[in-house]
Design a protein. Structure first.
Length: 116
């Protein structure tokens, strides 16, 4: 299974390899301890985001295209993070409600149906 985390600091136990990738017509040698296939997948994703940014701003230079792609990727990340946080908050709230019902049932000694 491909390792799906990115660490800025290098672990001494992990071996790094160089993966050559193409992004927006440029070749990059990426040194990483991540799985080579995963690094290639990340590069392909960034390349696709840059292609989409180029479609939206065809007169832009490479730096402008890269910034637009980065903003789009950041937006996706923030939305996913917020959705995950909302799901986690909802689960925590539901767990607390179940805990209250169980506590009440244990205190009174009467079994009660769990209501949503």
């Amino acid at each position: 299974m491909a390792r799906r985390t990115w660490h800025g600091a290098r672990d001494s136990d992990m071996t790094s390899t160089v993966v050559n990738v193409d992004i927006h017509g440029q070749r990059y040698a990426i040194r990483s301890s991540l799985d080579a296939g995963y690094v290639a997948e990340l590069a392909a994703y960034v390349d696709e985001k840059m292609r989409r940014a180029l479609d939206e701003s065809p007169a832009g230079d490479t730096l402008r295209i890269a910034v637009l792609a980065a903003i789009n990727i950041a937006d996706e990340y923030f939305r996913a993070r917020d959705e995950a946080r909302e799901r986690q908050d909802s689960l925590a709230s539901r767990a607390e409600a179940i805990e209250r019902v169980l506590d009440l049932a244990l205190q009174t000694g009467e079994p009660r149906a769990l209501a949503r």
